[in-house]
Design a protein around this ligand. Structure first.
Ligand code: ZN
Length: 543
């Protein structure tokens, strides 16, 4: 019953939109039976460019198959480069869609949103916002349309693309190792250059049954600044949820999955905590991030509609709160730098964490599920028509259970071009020792190093055990030093800490250095920690 009400609301909205323009997305033109191809997206953007002076397009990356990813820069006036924004009061936000190219409503919704925004001669939100949008992030995956992809998804019936890029990489697991041209491009040419304050990544759900067509959540990794996580949890996300429902009439809830489909009262879980996921990665960079997940069993039109109004709810919020956000992010950057200048005993990095419920429960309008089959530990369910509203704990508060000390600096004692190259892609500030220098360090003594037995994103990912011991080591002139007095210090620590679950060690960047060529045991972990403030003579490495 409730679903019928939602569908009617969607039809009304689209009718209004359709009446205002002759430029339609593929989804609109086909009554939501198809989604846009890469050429459709580019043609749509070119049409927008020809009719508005508020849009400029850059290409932050070229895919393996040679497609230039479009980045729409929408502003009044449009900055020629990020340098134009140095003394500008506007805030930069970045919305990305189609990272998983079978999850297509964000692609249609972002295009519709820009079109409708630019219809206005003087869009009021552009007084405060510079909007960056990449509607088709996994462009190669998008072109592999098939009706065999995501067969359980409720449309579009003429098929969607695939999840991975041409390297068979899931781009939403690539944020830390940055092996794909798409991720490398977005980090270097969007995040490092434009430094967006707020990021939103658009997806489609895969699991639990519920009424709400639109769900979303925030960055969660506890090694990101906790005041930013609290701001999202306590203020921005609840307010956006209220706007989406009250102003735009879209039912929504925070994103998660039932831990037990047959017993929803056990809780609503969000289990993607590592920074390999882009939203968590953005959190480590001291910026705000939203994960949008549209409900897979809602019809395509409702999903596009929900995503469209979520973007409106986001821009409404930013329009009202941009000064507050800019001041907050600046303060957090300053706090991070100051911490690195003279780390306190209590400054720590979580190498293990667990999850518990946040203070406020969530309300989900679910449908009871029935068990269809069970084999090899896998259970298959069927949705019933028995709708049931539950208010249950939301397990999304990730908290440390094992910490190590955050240092004053890391010393990377291997001149490995891939390691140094990766740190540079992330925009981490690197320096080198001016001369041979003896330094008191903590070095990590490895007692166990294990690769997973099954490949994950092309890697036998490692885990490591060991302990830190004091040592005094003479480092060669030119050895790389990563000081923690920089805004990207949390990201640097996540990449460099030996016991990190998503760093250089995890993704095999250090493999060849860890085991001696002869004999047994392990070499020292090649990244050392300078724990306390120390006068080290360094020079900045030229970019
Ligand atoms: Zn996805």
């Amino acid at each position: 019953m409730r679903r019928i009400v939602i569908v009617c609301a969607v039809m009304l909205t689209s009718a209004l939109v359709l009446g205002q323009t002759d430029l339609l997305t593929v989804a609109e033109k086909t009554d939501y039976e198809s989604t846009s191809g890469y050429n459709d997206v580019m043609a749509f953007i070119n049409k927008l460019k020809s009719t508005s002076s508020y849009i400029r397009v850059e290409s932050p990356a070229r895919t393996i198959e040679g497609r230039d990813l479009p980045l729409m820069i929408i502003a009044n006036p449009v900055p020629k480069s990020p340098e134009d924004l140095k003394n500008d009061s506007r805030i930069v936000i970045y919305i990305q869609a189609n990272i998983h190219a079978g999850e297509v409503e964000g692609k249609e919704a972002t295009l519709m949103f820009v079109r409708d925004l630019l219809k206005d001669k003087n869009p009021s939100i552009l007084k405060n916002i510079v909007l960056l949008i990449c509607p088709i992030f996994n462009a190669d995956g998008n072109e592999k349309f098939s009706i065999q992809n995501r067969t359980y998804q409720n449309g579009p019936k003429n098929g969607v693309g695939v999840r991975y890029n041409d390297q068979f990489l899931d781009l939403n697991r690539d944020a830390m190792k940055a092996e794909s041209p798409e991720i490398k491009g977005i980090i270097t040419n969007v995040l490092n250059r434009w430094d967006p304050a707020v990021f939103m990544d658009c997806h489609t759900t895969d699991g639990s049954y519920h009424v709400e067509p639109t769900t979303f959540t925030w960055m969660v990794n506890p090694d990101g600044d906790n005041s930013l996580i609290a701001y999202m949890r306590d203020k921005m996300m609840p307010e956006m949820s209220g706007t989406l429902f009250n102003k735009y009439k879209v039912e929504n809830c925070f994103y998660g999955e039932f831990s037990d489909m047959l017993a929803p009262e056990k809780g609503w879980f969000f289990d993607s905590s590592e920074p390999r996921y882009l939203t968590n990665y953005i959190g480590l960079r001291n910026r705000l991030a939203i994960l949008n997940e549209n409900y897979v069993y809602a019809d395509f039109k409702s999903r596009v509609n929900g995503c469209y109004y979520l973007i409106k709810s986001l821009t409404d919020y930013i329009n009202l709160h941009k000064d507050e956000i800019k001041i907050m992010l600046k303060a957090v950057d300053r706090k991070t730098v100051n911490r690195g200048l003279n780390p306190a005993v209590t400054d720590s990095f979580a190498v293990e964490y667990n999850v518990r419920p946040v203070p406020s429960p969530v309300t989900i309008k679910t449908f009871e599920a029935e068990l269809v089959s069970e084999a090899n530990g896998r259970r298959n369910f069927r949705r019933t028509d028995r709708q049931r509203t539950v208010t249950i704990p939301y397990y999304i508060d990730y908290y440390p259970v094992k910490n190590v000390k955050l240092p004053f600096a890391y010393i990377v004692d291997i001149p490995d071009p891939e390691v140094i190259g990766l740190l540079r892609i992330h925009g981490i500030k690197l320096e080198k020792l001016e001369s041979i220098t003896k330094i008191i360090v903590e070095r990590f003594n490895i007692t166990e190093l294990k690769g997973e037995s099954r490949l994950n994103q092309g890697h036998y990912t490692n885990s490591i055990k060991g302990s830190f011991i004091h040592d005094t080591i003479e480092f060669q002139s030119g050895t790389v030093v990563v000081r923690m007095a920089q805004p990207l210090a949390n990201l640097a620590a996540y990449l460099l800490e030996p016991e990190s679950n998503d760093g250089l060690m995890t993704w095999n960047y250090l493999d060849r250095y860890l085991v001696p060529q002869w004999g047994s045991g392990y070499n020292p972990y090649p990244v050392y920690k300078v724990l306390n403030k120390l006068d080290i003579k360094t020079v900045e490495i030229n970019k």
